[in-house]
Design a protein around this ligand. Structure first.
Ligand SMILES: [Zn+2]
Length: 238
């Protein structure tokens, strides 16, 4: 009888220990980025200061890919239309980008112009809602398998961060070898941008080469990524 009582007491003590650890872990996560964790956005160590209420320079390093998505309510801070030219037919929403990239983007486009290169905006911010519409109409017309191959599932497009924009040229033919694409690849790091989906890196980024899609990460990260010919995924893991 005495022994059984002892055993029960030991079990209670162990259970209390576990309970304490779980509570402590929960609080620790809350202190860092609970709101985003709660919304399924797993943040990298480097991004732990980022959350909805504390948008700062670290936001530029948030990772969104097929593994890490954004909540349906996530909207970038200070969505604004930059003073650059847009291709005809670009809708109102996609002319917007996050406030943090307005200045670097305008500087990039005006510097390019001064160097004889005309860059045109094609697609910036895409809300969760419009991603959902695009995805479901693609599923309807082509089936889920093909839709998954070409369109991000809602919440998994980097365009929802407002930190990236697709660039084009006046011919709407933005491929490697055109002077505009080559200029962008060589110079965007100077303004804090990277070619987010470089050639030959699909195994890491999950996305085919896209010479037109530039992503703001800040000047320091952009230079490192450019110099070392790596991706954002590799940079965040280093
Ligand atoms: Zn894009």
């Amino acid at each position: 009888m005495k022994n059984r009582f002892k055993n029960i007491l030991v079990l209670i003590i162990i259970a209390c220990g576990f309970w304490y650890i779980i509570q402590y872990e929960g609080l620790r996560l809350k202190g860092i980025d609970f709101s985003l964790k709660g919304n399924k956005l797993e943040l990298n160590q480097k991004d732990k200061l980022v959350n909805k209420n504390n948008i700062n320079a670290n936001t530029a390093l948030v990772l969104v890919n097929s593994e890490y998505g954004l909540d349906k309510n996530y909207e970038p801070k200070d969505l604004t239309i930059p003073s650059i030219s847009f291709a005809s037919g670009v809708n109102e929403e996609e002319r917007h980008v996050a406030g943090i990239i307005i200045k670097p983007l305008e500087e990039l486009v005006s510097t390019a112009k001064a160097e004889g290169i005309i860059l045109i905006g094609n697609s910036g911010y895409r809300s969760y809602k419009s991603q959902k519409n695009t995805y479901s109409s693609r599923v309807k017309s082509e089936g889920e398998k093909l839709a998954d191959a070409y369109v991000a599932k809602p919440g998994f497009s980097e365009h929802q961060t407002g930190l990236c924009i697709d660039i084009t040229n006046k011919d709407r033919y933005f491929v490697k070898g055109t002077k505009e694409a080559d200029w962008l690849a060589k110079n965007c790091y100077r303004f804090g941008f990277i070619i987010r989906y470089p050639y030959g890196k699909k195994n890491i980024t999950g996305i085919e080469y896209e010479p037109w899609h530039i992503r703001y990460v800040g000047k320091e990260a952009a230079k490192y990524i450019y110099d070392n010919k790596i991706t954002l995924e590799e940079y965040l893991e280093k």
